[in-house]
Design a protein around this ligand. Structure first.
Ligand code: NDP
Length: 605
C-alpha cells in the first residue's frame, strides 16, 4: 500500500498533482486492457509465413547435408551464440558448431535493418567483446550496420565462420540417453550429434502481426519492420527511401522500432499515416561521435566496469559515478537526488516506492513537455504524450521522431488505445475513417509471452521422450533460467527465470561465463553430463514466483505490453518472469554459486 500523497506540497514543489496523474495512468491502462492478451496477435505461419522470410539473402546456400559428432552445438549466431563461442574457446572448448537461420552472424542486427535502426543502449556497453577485439564504436549510440559489422568481426576474430552453418534452421533436437548425446536435425538435412547444446534463439526473434480483422485481405505491399523490403522502398539503413516518393504508406505500431524508422518514412513517403495505439515515451537522444582522446585514456577492464556501473544505476543501485550518464540512468539519479536532498537516508520501503513514483512522474512530465514543445499541432502533441510509468514500456530516445509529425505529408492517426479497426484490400480503417495506402508496414513487435518452442520454431525432446513444450506447458521450470531437469547438458540463454537488464548482451555474457564454468568443471571432475535436481529446480521456480510478486503491483498498474504479459499478470506469468531481485543480485548469486565450487543443485554423472 502506498501512503497518501501530500498533494498540495507536491503541486507547489513539482508543479503536478500526483493523485490526478496516477488516476490518469490507471484510466489509460483500463482503456487498453483486453481479454485476449497475447492471443490478439497472429503467428507468422501458414499464409503469414512470408512475413518471416529472409529478404537479405543474396544467394541461397546449396550444400550436402552434414553428419557430424561434436562437443558443443550452439543454436543462434546472434550476440548470445557469438559470446558463447568466444567464451567457450577462451575456456579451452573449441570443438563447436553454430547453427544460424540467417545468412550471417548478427541475430537481431541481422534481421533488424530497417532505416534508422540504432542501438538504444550506449554502444560502449552494448557491443560485446570490445576489448577482446580492440574496437571502440564510432558513436555513443551506434547505428545498425556498424553493430552488424561488429557481430561479423567477432565471428572473424574467433575463427567462427568455418564453424557456422548459415541459412540453416534447426528442425528437431533430441536427447539420446544411451549415447549421452543431443541429436540435432536441420532444414538442410544435417544430423549433428553433440555432448552439449546451447540454445540462444533470442528473446525477440519471432515477428508478430496484429490480428486486425481483414489483415489477410490487404493487396498492397506489406512487410514487418524486421524483414524490411528495400526492393520496394529503395534506400538502405541510412534512409533515402526513394521508392516511396509516390506512395501512400501506413505504419502500424509506435514502439521502439517505429520511433527509429518513422523519421525516414516521413522524409520519403508521399503520404505517411502513423497508426498509434499507445504513444512511446520519447526522450532526448543526444548522440555523439566517439572522442578519440577519451578512447586513448581507456584502461584495461574499462568495458566491464562501465557495463556494471550502468547495470547498477538502472536497477536502483548506488554508485558515486555515472559513467554512461544518459536517459536510462537519469531517472535513478533524479530519485537519489530527491532522497538525499530531503535528508531522509533511512526511508521505509513504502516511502521509497512513493519517492520512486514521484521521480517517475517528474521524468514523464518532462517527456510530455518535450512532445508539447516539439510538435506544432496541439492536438497531435497531446496524442503523443505517454501516460504511464517510464519502465512500463521500453523507453525511447530520439531527436527526430517527434518533429516528424510537423511535416505536411505525415498524419498521426491516434486510436486512443483502441488500435486499428479493420484492414481492407487497399486501406486501413481507424476511428471509423478510411485511409487508403499502397504499402503497410507492421512495426508490431515480436512474440514474448508465447511458448518457448513456438518461438524457437523446433521441438526439444529430453529424457524418456519428454518434450520441452509438454514440460513447460504450465510454466517455465529451470535452475537459474539455464538448465531444466530431464534435458541433460542443455543450456538455455535468455531472460526467462534469469536476470533481466536493459543491456541484454551483458546478461548473455554473464550466463555464458556461467555455462563455460560448468562445462570446465564437468571436465575437471571427469563427468560428462549434468542436469538440475528436482529439488533445486523447484526451489528456483519458487524463488522466481516469490520475487515476481514483489514487482507485481508496478506491472499491474502498467498499460499493457510485452513487459507485463499484455496486462495479464497471473501465476503463469509470474513463473515465466525474470529474477525479481534484479540483474545485479542475479549476477552476484551466480558468482557466489561458482565461488562455492560444488555445482550445487546439479546432478552429475
Ligand atoms: P513493440 O512490441 O515494442 O511495439 C509494438 C507496437 O505495435 C506498439 O506500439 C503496439 O501498441 C502496436 N500495436 C500492436 N497491435 C496494434 C494494433 N492492433 N493497432 C495499432 N497498434 C498496434 O515492438 P518494437 O519492434 O517497437 O520493439 C520491440 C523491442 O525491441 C523493444 O521493446 C526493444 O526491447 C527492442 N528494440 C531495441 C532497439 C535497440 O536499439 N536496442 C531498437 C528497437 C527495438 P501498444 O503499445 O498499444 O501495444
Amino acid at each position: 500500500m502506498s501512503e497518501a500523497w501530500d498533494v498540495e506540497r507536491i503541486k507547489e514543489e513539482y508543479g503536478f498533482d500526483p493523485a490526478a496523474l496516477k488516476a490518469r495512468y490507471l484510466e489509460q491502462r483500463d482503456k487498453r486492457l483486453r481479454s485476449d492478451g497475447n492471443e490478439q496477435y497472429l503467428e507468422v505461419s501458414g499464409d503469414f509465413a512470408v512475413f518471416a522470410e529472409d529478404p537479405y539473402v543474396e544467394e541461397t546456400i546449396v550444400r550436402e547435408p552434414r553428419a557430424e559428432e561434436i562437443e558443443v552445438v550452439i543454436v543462434g549466431g546472434g550476440f548470445g551464440g557469438l559470446i558463447a563461442a568466444a567464451r567457450l574457446q577462451q575456456a579451452g572448448i573449441t570443438d563447436l558448431r553454430i547453427i544460424e537461420k540467417g545468412g550471417d552472424f548478427g541475430g537481431t542486427w541481422y534481421w533488424n535493418r530497417y532505416p534508422g535502426a540504432q542501438c538504444d543502449i550506449e554502444a560502449y556497453i552494448y557491443l560485446p567483446l570490445l576489448e577482446e577485439l580492440g574496437y571502440v564504436p564510432s558513436e555513443k549510440y551506434a547505428h545498425a550496420p556498424e553493430i552488424l559489422n561488429h557481430a561479423r568481426a567477432i565471428g572473424t576474430h574467433f575463427g567462427l565462420y568455418p564453424r557456422a552453418l548459415f541459412q540453416t534452421e534447426v528442425t528437431d533436437a533430441r536427447w539420446l540417453e544411451e549415447a549421452g548425446r543431443w541429436q540435432i536435425q536441420t532444414s538442410k538435412g544435417d544430423t549433428l550429434r553433440s555432448r552439449f547444446l546451447i540454445l540462444s534463439n533470442g528473446p525477440l526473434n519471432r515477428p508478430k502481426l496484429p490480428g486486425i480483422p481483414g489483415v489477410e485481405t490487404f493487396q498492397g505491399r506489406a512487410f514487418h519492420t524486421s524483414r524490411w523490403d528495400y526492393d520496394y522502398t529503395g534506400g538502405d539503413a541510412s534512409g533515402d527511401l526513394k521508392g516511396l516518393s509516390d506512395k501512400r504508406v501506413g505504419i502500424i505500431g509506435t514502439g521502439a522500432t517505429a520511433v527509429q524508422c518513422i523519421p525516414h518514412l516521413g522524409q520519403a513517403a508521399r503520404t505517411l499515416y502513423v497508426f498509434q495505439r499507445t504513444p512511446s515515451s520519447v526522450d532526448i537522444r543526444g548522440n555523439q561521435p566517439t572522442d578519440p582522446d577519451w578512447v586513448a585514456g581507456l584502461e584495461p577492464g574499462w568495458q566491464k566496469k562501465r557495463m556494471e556501473n550502468f547495470n547498477t544505476l538502472v536497477t536502483g543501485g548506488v554508485s558515486d559515478e555515472d559513467l554512461v550518464s544518459d536517459g536510462w540512468t537519469h531517472i535513478i539519479r533524479n530519485l537519489l537526488f530527491m532522497v538525499n536532498q530531503e535528508g531522509e537516508p533511512d526511508l521505509s520501503p513504502q516511502a521509497l516506492a512513493q519517492k520512486m513514483e514521484l521521480a517517475d512522474f517528474q521524468k514523464m512530465e518532462q517527456v510530455r513537455r518535450r512532445a508539447a514543445a516539439l510538435v506544432e499541432d496541439p492536438e497531435t502533441a497531446e496524442a503523443l504524450k505517454p501516460y504511464y510509468r517510464q519502465f512500463c514500456k521500453r523507453p525511447c530516445f530520439h531527436d527526430e521522431y517527434l518533429p516528424t509529425f510537423n511535416l505536411p505529408n505525415v498524419t498521426l492517426v491516434d486510436t486512443d488505445g483502441k488500435g486499428v479497426e479493420r484492414i481492407t484490400e487497399n486501406a486501413v480503417i481507424a476511428n471509423g475513417q478510411r485511409y487508403a495506402v499502397d504499402c503497410l508496414i507492421f512495426a508490431t513487435g515480436f512474440e514474448v509471452g508465447t511458448a518457448y518452442t513456438r518461438r524457437s520454431g523446433y521441438e526439444i525432446t529430453g529424457k524418456e521422450g519428454l518434450s520441452l513444450s509438454e514440460k513447460w506447458v504450465q510454466g517455465v521450470s529451470t535452475l537459474h533460467g539455464l538448465t531444466t531437469r530431464g534435458f541433460p547438458n542443455c543450456f538455455i540463454l535468455g531472460n526467462t527465470q534469469g536476470g533481466f537488464t536493459a543491456n541484454f548482451p551483458h546478461m548473455l555474457d554473464e550466463q555464458v561465463n556461467h555455462v563455460a564454468y560448468v562445462l570446465s568443471e564437468l571436465g575437471a571432475r571427469q563427468k560428462t553430463r549434468c542436469e538440475p535436481s528436482a529439488e533445486a529446480e523447484a526451489a528456483w521456480v519458487s524463488t522466481i514466483i516469490e520475487k515476481a510478486r514483489l514487482g507485481e503491483s508496478f506491472f499491474a498498474e502498467c498499460t499493457p505490453g510485452y513487459y507485463n504479459n499484455e496486462g495479464k499478470v497471473n501465476e503463469r506469468s509470474r513463473q515465466n518472469s525474470q529474477y525479481g531481485g534484479g540483474p545485479v543480485e542475479f549476477f552476484q548469486l551466480l558468482a557466489a554459486w561458482r565461488e562455492e565450487g560444488t555445482l550445487a543443485g546439479l546432478e552429475l554423472s
